[in-house]
Design a protein around this ligand. Structure first.
Ligand code: HEC
Length: 468
């Protein structure tokens, strides 16, 4: 371990120890004695008001307790498709078309099975299909009053620049973004993103063994490394995430006919988003998928679809066009290496003939319409690490997944780390975070660990405070 890494590590441990002392001090607070199970498994930050007649979100947390075993090839059909995730670096970069387009289509066919064809608000996302408990949610995501789950569809907002934040600490990331308009120009307005994610039963088998019925995260030992007890996610795991924007077809014409869902989201005042929430409409713009495929160098394959209202099709599902697939962060491509030694990205394949304007991610890596274009799916998700159980996260104790100075701009240590590949249970590249637990790319589990830590240490969530 390098000298700096050791120094940082000691600093981190000291931070955790200091935080622990603080936790002792506040151990008597009433909030802290609240039942962690109730907080972990509650449906929403605020329940639906009396008289609410719209859809109401219900957390699916009946995680399987039996190992679902190997996913049959008839079910996980993409695993049966011949694809090469280790293309020779000296050869050509992959281009869109078969088998990549077949791979993502097979995953989509699995995801949409039994769901409403028009993806109507009234129906929402079905977690049970027939007698099958098909989809499950991650606990602890209804704790933070600002970003946590709302009661209509269980959507969360990753980070929002709020009124009180302006002028102090403006941070632009996934929670709020500019969009590409139909003419390819960036909007001058900001839009919020609200989203929800679901795991299939292979993923849920891991979640159920990682967060106890009492709401407390459980760790074990994986090959000598401390790690969440239910990880890694087994092959067969499928995760889907539906992302909705506050933009309307009047703002962005290709959002035409996009399913409009109600969500209890932040009120808006001009271009600013306030702490207060009220039920308003948002529109489907992006659908993310992630699957475990042991042939991938990271064990994961991420893919995304973008809404295109101008596309012909009978169902809403037909109007979701694939943007691309990604199975690694391309550590041989700028800015992970200098421009002079950079090769074209080999671990992302992009659908450049897609019918809507796309910015994609950093240097031809994959990112979707509402994602940060200086990032990519797996470089952000590769930073899925959380502090030891019971500790809240701070900006300096976890990798800067939402951005840092010079991101995607210069070849630097930060960029080399951010655009590197790691596999569970490896530590984050670079060695500065030896005490963190690997979440095997799950940023929802990261939220769960961090929210539990916040609860345990401070007895109350961090919420946004409205300025007068
Ligand atoms: C800059 C960071 C960032 C980028 C880039 C990003 N994500 Fe995520 N993603 C998140 C965060 C944070 C969450 C968890 C919070 C939530 O779901 O509300 C998440 C959640 C997810 C989930 C639900 C499972 C999980 O890991 O928690 C999936 C699936 C997903 N993202 C897929 C994608 C795909 C596909 C892409 C690229 C097209 C992508 N993400 C790009 C930050 C990112």
């Amino acid at each position: 371990m390098s000298k700096t890494a050791t120094a940082v590590s000691v600093a981190l441990l000291t931070a955790f120890a200091a935080a622990s002392a603080h936790a002792q001090d506040s151990a008597n607070s009433a909030e802290l004695r609240a039942d962690s199970a109730a907080l972990a498994y509650r449906n929403a930050v605020v329940p639906a008001p009396p008289g609410w007649k719209g859809p109401t979100f219900k957390l699916a947390h009946d995680y399987p307790t039996q190992d679902p075993g190997t996913c049959p090839k008839t079910e996980c059909t993409w695993l049966d498709l011949k694809v090469d995730f280790t293309l020779p670096l000296s050869g050509p970069a992959p281009t869109w078309g078969s088998p990549w387009s077949d791979y993502i289509q097979r995953v989509l066919d699995y995801v949409k099975k039994g769901q409403d064809e028009a993806l109507r608000n009234e129906i929402g996302w079905k977690t049970t299909i027939g007698n099958d408990n098909r989809w499950f949610h991650v606990p602890w995501m209804a704790y933070d009053p600002t970003r946590g789950r709302e009661y209509v569809h269980g959507m969360t907002n990753e980070r929002t620049a709020t009124l009180s934040d302006f002028g102090e600490d403006v941070e632009i990331d996934r929670g709020i973004s500019k969009l590409l308009l139909a003419n390819g120009q960036e909007s001058n307005k900001f839009f919020e993103t609200w989203a929800f994610g679901v795991y299939n039963r292979w993923g849920a088998y891991s979640i159920g063994r990682t967060i106890g019925r009492n709401g407390v995260p459980v760790t074990g030992n994986y090959g000598g490394v401390a790690a969440p007890a239910g990880l890694p996610f087994p092959e067969g795991t499928v995760v889907a995430k539906l992302l909705f924007t506050t933009a309307t077809p009047a703002d962005v014409s290709y959002l035409k006919d996009s399913p409009a869902w109600q969500t209890d989201r932040h009120e808006q005042k001009g271009d600013m988003f306030l702490c207060n929430r009220k039920v308003q409409e948002v529109r489907l713009i992006q659908l993310d998928v992630a699957v475990v495929d042991s042939r991938s160098p990271t064990r994961w394959v991420f893919g995304t679809f973008a809404w295109n209202g101008n596309k012909q099709g009978k169902t809403a599902w037909d109007k979701l066009e694939p943007v691309g697939l990604q199975w690694g962060s391309d550590p041989w491509t700028f800015p992970a290496v200098a421009q002079s030694g950079s090769i074209p990205a080999h671990e992302s394949v992009l659908n450049k003939g897609i019918g809507t304007p796309q910015h994609f991610g950093c240097n031809e890596r994959l990112a979707g319409p509402v994602d940060n274009k200086l990032s990519s799916c797996l470089s952000c998700h590769g930073g899925g690490f959380a502090p030891p159980v019971g500790f809240a996260a701070t900006k300096t104790t976890t990798p800067p997944i939402f951005g840092f100075n010079g991101q995607c701009e210069v070849n630097s240590v930060d960029n080399a780390q951010y655009f590197s590949n790691n596999q569970f249970p490896m530590a984050y590249t670079g060695g500065q975070y030896p005490d963190l637990l690997s979440m095997d790319t799950s940023l929802q589990l990261q939220v769960a660990f961090e929210q539990y830590g916040q609860f345990k240490q401070y007895g109350q969530p961090v919420g946004c405070k409205a300025s007068k």
